[in-house]
Write a protein that binds this ligand. Structure first.
Ligand SMILES: [Zn+2]
Length: 428
């Protein structure tokens, strides 16, 4: 077993014990670190971040914040403090690298939910404290979410869409499977997801890398079908996101009021301008089509046709991301891979963020795309996304300044979620 994974697994048992104890009035003070400034200007150096229970109760310089005598001190001197990462495109049901023999199609919902729970734990330990799960094969994701909320298992905060709404023959559907066809069918299936606990709906409006057949460019759902989903979600105060590689499908979906778009392999300037005008969101998942991803896909046993198809969209997907950045579209970080890569010692969330910098974002912008912006997209900007008084104490400690060099995110050594330290590589 690789050292990194071993560390994670040791830390996970700590996390479990931490979560099972009452967290109510516990006081923790992170002392002496630099709080990264996500707006502009210099970081807050020699800071005190005071955490009471699961919330941050004070952030300030050491001279301004008095540390209660009964607080547990975490010496953060020489470290950089950033909000926990938020990954907006995660499938917890994916199998771990090395577990290629698992026959996913024959798996029971219970087996799937157990693997989701394990992956949720690893996601949290990797520094990803909030995820959006934009589509899973079963409703098990809601069981995992509930267990995490109750403190029964460790994991990130989850915003889930449940089972995606795909037309017959659409992305993610298997041969012989009946999809949702027509607005009435969409309405019923959408309501089923909300009943199960969904706070998002996911539409498969075009095909994708993982579709063995059919053009990525085709628009697979009708305007009426998309409108039906938007209506149901918006009535409940939730958003709709769409798997979309196609400009045509995206333009139609914008007309229907869809709020967010995943991947966007072939999206162009015209589409991004319309997205910007509509205030829509783009979740690039750029890491899935770039060179480094191919080795990962091979490891988890992806078939050759998938590798070829992923490689073939790499260049155009990259151009789409650069265009979105240039046009100032709302971008929220999502990787569509494990937020962690235990065998690599790196984190897909981090690789995704690094690629945004390569594509033209400043490190600060890229960091915001995984914290401030994601919180805004989820409608939870009052709760998470910055190191601020009143918000959940979801934070990471790094060895260097990510605003100076984004690869500092590779040096995560402490992870706190809701005031509980779930990983502490440095024994601080
Ligand atoms: Zn996906």
């Amino acid at each position: 077993m690789q050292r990194k994974l071993k560390q994670l697994l040791i830390a996970s048992s700590l996390a479990l014990s931490g979560l099972s104890s009452p967290a109510s009035a516990q006081l923790t003070a992170l002392v002496g670190g630099s709080v990264v400034n996500l707006e502009s200007g210099a970081p807050l150096e020699n800071a005190v971040v005071l955490v009471e229970g699961d919330r941050i109760t004070a952030v300030g310089s050491r001279d301004d914040v008095s540390i209660p005598a009964d607080a547990t001190i975490i010496d953060a001197s020489g470290k950089w403090i950033v909000p926990g990462l938020m990954n907006m495109h995660v499938h917890l049901g994916l199998k771990l690298p090395g577990a290629a023999s698992v026959a996913l199609q024959n798996e029971s919902e219970a087996e799937l939910a157990l693997r989701m729970a394990e992956n949720a734990k690893l996601s949290l330990l990797s520094g990803t404290t909030t995820i959006r799960a934009p589509g899973d094969r079963s409703l098990g994701i809601f069981a995992v979410d509930k267990a995490i909320r109750r403190g029964e298992i460790p994991g990130p905060r989850i915003h889930a869409a449940g089972v995606p709404l795909a037309p017959t023959g659409g992305h993610g559907t298997s041969h012989g499977e009946v999809g949702v066809d027509g607005p009435d069918d969409v309405t019923r299936k959408a309501r089923e997801q909300l009943r199960a606990g969904a706070t998002w709906l996911k539409l498969m409006i075009s095909k994708g890398i993982a579709s063995p057949a059919g053009s990525i460019a085709a628009s697979d759902m009708t305007l009426e079908e998309m409108r039906a989903a938007v209506d149901i979600a918006h009535r409940a105060g939730f958003k709709v996101t769409a798997h979309s590689g196609s400009p045509e499908a995206t333009l139609e979906a914008l007309e229907a009021g869809v709020d967010c778009f995943e991947h966007g392999y072939y999206l162009n300037q015209e589409v991004f301008r319309k997205m910007k005008r509509a205030g829509a969101w783009y979740v690039p998942t750029i890491v899935v089509s770039q060179a480094g991803a191919m080795e990962f896909f091979r490891k988890i046993g992806s078939p050759q046709w998938y590798l070829d198809r992923a490689a073939s969209v790499g260049k155009v997907h990259w151009t789409a991301l650069q265009t979105a950045i240039d046009e100032g579209v709302n971008i929220a970080m999502g990787s569509d891979q494990f937020p962690f890569e235990p065998n690599e010692g790196t984190v897909a969330s981090v690789r995704e963020i690094e690629l945004y910098v390569d594509a033209g974002m400043t490190p600060r912008q890229a960091l915001r795309s995984a914290t401030v912006e994601t919180a805004r997209m989820l409608g939870v900007a009052e709760e998470v996304g910055t190191i601020s008084e009143g918000k959940y104490a979801d934070l990471l400690l790094l060895d260097s300044d990510p605003v100076a060099d984004i690869s500092a995110l590779r040096t995560i050594g402490l992870v706190m979620k809701g005031g509980t330290v779930v990983r502490n590589d440095w024994n601080l």
